[in-house]
Write a protein that binds this ligand. Structure first.
Ligand code: NDP
Ligand code: 2IT
Length: 445
């Protein structure tokens, strides 16, 4: 049956040439699924894999905008509507200069299984642009978001495709996009999640991905008979996911000693002062190196890879894809790291992930460990449909419950398919099975 997986992988690589991140994401999922196809020959007979690796729809568009000096710029916009077997397409929008179709496809593909794991009714999608928000004024960001929405609006809707944030897209950008959507359509609906709290946003959505990653990691630590209490933690990144992973880990008794951005990392042996990081990153939009101006005992180093040489018990990569490679994994293992949970999407290279699994480091793959963000987006959609707003405590409780369920489903699937403790296989299989059953039931569409 493995022949089936090989033949589909070959098609994916040929048909999507020059998209290594997409190949990497597909390879990992398909490798995990090998034992599934020997138990379910009906999947091969109905061409299920061939269908699941091909997006239902890919949209490319021009995004022209003017900077504050009147100069015209043109960026490229993307929305990949990957799979709608479980619900409306759902997934974030990324603004970063590295964005191209291969990145959006890898993220959209991961999103299918992640959304399935949440247990909510959401299909998989992703969008973005090669626009670089760094150094842009609020007016430039607004004009860009409006232009982006001038095309995107015709493809999305509360019951068809519901975008949200990702790298470079947070509350400010979602607000501008929502405003333009409303202007163009006249509809006030839950078409985007991550909205402001005054106009349909959900409490806990801002915190959800980081908190969820820590809730997931807590389950992994429990399994080892321990907890976050007294642990030393390294968190990469200093954006939305990293900040709230730090916050929750600290609330649980850990000490976060390092954080980073794409220029470098800070190390503060006394524990990183999160209020200062929030001020620098969320309010002033400055670089992480500014931290050491206020905290003279802390050190700043250029380059982001060095962060993994800091001794820690738990590592939470929360920045970007392939930020933690095989060599970094070896160093973490040598330094006694016992758990790694991916707050970012695919931050560990395949050899890094393998090294963790082989060395019995508890490893939480992104599609499971960072599913709290999209899960809370699902809760925002539910609140919008009800025209209701839940309390922080209620929403956080639901998020926590969902993260524990995801951990249990991944663990059980790993046991059932003969690789106990391997949450990569478990998450891929558990996420896939629900999508597969829905696709089989819905016929050849
Ligand atoms: P933000 O834009 O808020 O923060 C991104 C952080 O990662 C910044 O510190 C940024 O540094 C750093 N970073 C971005 N690109 C690179 C790069 N190429 N090399 C090194 N560092 C980089 O994004 P989020 O926190 O929302 O997203 C972080 C990760 O989490 C992404 O992988 C995203 O897909 C994933 N994720 C996000 C969810 C969400 O709800 N927001 C949900 C699930 C996953 P700098 O400022 O220098 O660019
Ligand atoms: O990668 C992700 O899961 C996200 N960026 C969040 C998507 C969402 O729809 O909330």
């Amino acid at each position: 049956m493995s022949r089936y997986v090989e033949s589909v992988l070959e098609v994916v690589k040929n048909r999507n040439a020059g998209e290594p991140e997409f190949h990497q994401a597909v390879q990992e999922v398909l490798d995990s699924l090998r034992p599934v196809f020997s138990r379910h020959p009906e999947f091969e007979a109905s061409g299920l894999l061939e269908r699941i690796v091909e997006p239902e729809r890919q949209i490319f568009f021009r995004v022209p905008w003017q900077d504050d000096h009147g100069k015209v710029h043109v960026n490229r916009g993307f929305r990949v509507e990957f799979n709608s077997a479980l619900g409306p397409y759902k997934g974030g929008i990324r603004f970063h200069p590295s964005v191209y179709i291969g990145i959006i496809k890898f993220l959209g593909f991961e999103q299918i299984f992640k959304n399935s794991l949440t247990g909510l009714m959401m299909g998989g999608g992703k969008g973005g642009s090669d626009f670089d928000p760094k150094g842009k004024s609020d007016s430039e960001i607004m004009r860009f978001c409006q232009s982006f929405m001038n095309e995107l609006y015709r493809h999305i809707g509360a019951d068809t495709d519901v975008p949200a944030g990702d790298i470079g897209v947070g509350g400010r950008e979602v607000g501008f996009m929502f405003g333009q959507y409303k202007k163009l359509t006249g509809l006030f609906t839950g078409v985007l999640t991550g909205k402001g709290l005054d106009y349909g946003g959900s409490l806990v959505r801002t915190e959800a991905t980081g908190y969820g990653t820590v809730y997931f990691c807590e389950e992994m630590l429990k399994k080892r008979g321990t907890s976050f209490e007294g642990k030393t933690v390294v968190v990469s990144g200093s954006g939305n996911v990293a900040i709230y992973a730090h916050e929750k880990a600290t609330q649980m008794g850990a000490k976060v000693v390092a954080m980073s951005d794409s220029n470098g990392y800070i190390y503060d042996k006394d524990g990183i002062d999160l209020n200062l990081v929030k001020q620098l990153k969320e309010v002033e939009r400055k670089r992480i190196k500014e931290y050491v101006k206020e905290h003279k005992n802390a050190a700043y180093s250029e380059g982001c890879n060095g962060i993994w040489s800091i001794k820690c018990d738990v590592a939470l990569p929360c920045a970007t894809q392939n930020e933690l490679d095989g060599a970094a994994a070896k160093t973490l293992i040598k330094n006694g790291c016992i758990a790694v949970a991916e707050g970012a999407n695919m931050p560990c290279t395949p050899d890094a992930a393998k090294a963790f699994v082989d060395n019995k480091v508890s490893f939480g793959p992104g599609k499971a460990a960072n599913a709290g963000g999209v899960a809370t987006s699902g809760l925002e959609m539910a609140q919008n449909s009800q025209r209701m707003k839940w309390t922080f405590e209620e929403t956080d409780l639901q998020l926590h419950r969902i993260m524990v369920n995801i951990y249990n489903s991944a663990k059980e699937a790993a046991d059932e398919y003969g690789t106990p403790g391997n949450l990569i296989n478990g998450a891929n299989i558990a996420g896939f099975m629900k999508v597969a059953r829905a696709m089989m039931a819905q016929g050849l569409v």
